[in-house]
Design a protein around this ligand. Structure first.
Ligand code: MD3
Ligand code: FE
Length: 220
């Protein structure tokens, strides 16, 4: 195929990933993860074999509805003492499983596609959403260098993502995210409030009746 065909109007045979600008420095790369989706699912299975999905408790004493695990040098955790990154899984005291290359490489490629060169994640949080599970509006501010973006990968059943502003009370936009979508959030959007509405019951032919979100960060 001629290169120009990739940019033709009728490119249904090999579509370029659609880019949706969500903010000045945030972009949704629709389907960006599809070519490696199976590899990502195997990677999640191998990570969760070593560090199982579990619920965690917020500093305020609420049990989060999502279950989560981590891979890479640092893992995001929460308990009554606070939110933080930790080198060890509190369940076992062991280091988190290493970050599979397929995850790390996808993060780098997505960040680059969004204009953030040199992204090399040291923290990978994997959230699992069963039907009814949600994530309340919050900011991500436990990372050391806020100049680094965050990359998030959606797999499985759809979810509606809420993207707000810098104040909790700011209006939110609702962004439907589906299997294979990747979002890169950075720069002026890095501290915007965000959340996930309760996930509706649905079935995904490969993943089953759940949503997985892989969030990549340079945390340390
Ligand atoms: C927007 N998880 O774990 S990351 C989280 O679907 C979290 O599980 C979401 O929010 C999920 O903290 C997806 C989406 C995200 C992450 C960081 C952001 C959106 C962001 C930072 C600024 C603005
Ligand atoms: Fe978040």
């Amino acid at each position: 195929m001629h290169t120009a065909d990739l940019f033709a109007d009728d490119n249904t045979a090999s579509p370029l990933p659609e880019r949706v600008e969500l903010g000045a420095q945030s972009v949704l790369l629709r389907g960006f993860a599809l070519p490696v989706a199976d590899g990502l699912l195997s990677a999640v299975a191998s990570v969760s074999a070593g560090a199982p999905f579990r619920q965690m408790v917020t500093p305020g004493g609420y049990t989060m509805s999502v279950t989560l695990t981590n891979c890479g040098a640092l893992g995001w955790i929460t308990d009554r003492r606070g939110y933080r990154y930790a080198r060890q899984d509190p369940l076992t005291g062991a280091a988190w499983p290493p970050m599979p290359d397929v995850i790390r490489d996808l993060g780098r490629a997505a960040a680059r596609a969004a204009g953030f060169d040199g992204f090399d994640a040291d923290a990978c949080l994997i959230n699992r959403y069963l039907p009814g599970t949600k994530m309340s509006l919050h900011q991500d501010k436990d990372e050391r260098d806020m100049r680094q973006p965050i990359v998030s990968v959606s797999l499985g059943i759809p979810a509606i993502f809420q993207f707000g502003g810098l104040q909790r009370s700011d209006p939110t936009q609702r962004v439907p995210l589906i299997h294979g979508d990747v979002v890169v959030w950075g720069g002026v959007d890095r501290l915007r409030f965000h959340g996930v509405l309760p996930v509706k019951t649905a079935h995904h032919p490969i993943v089953g009746d759940e949503r997985l979100n892989i969030t990549l960060r340079m945390a340390g």
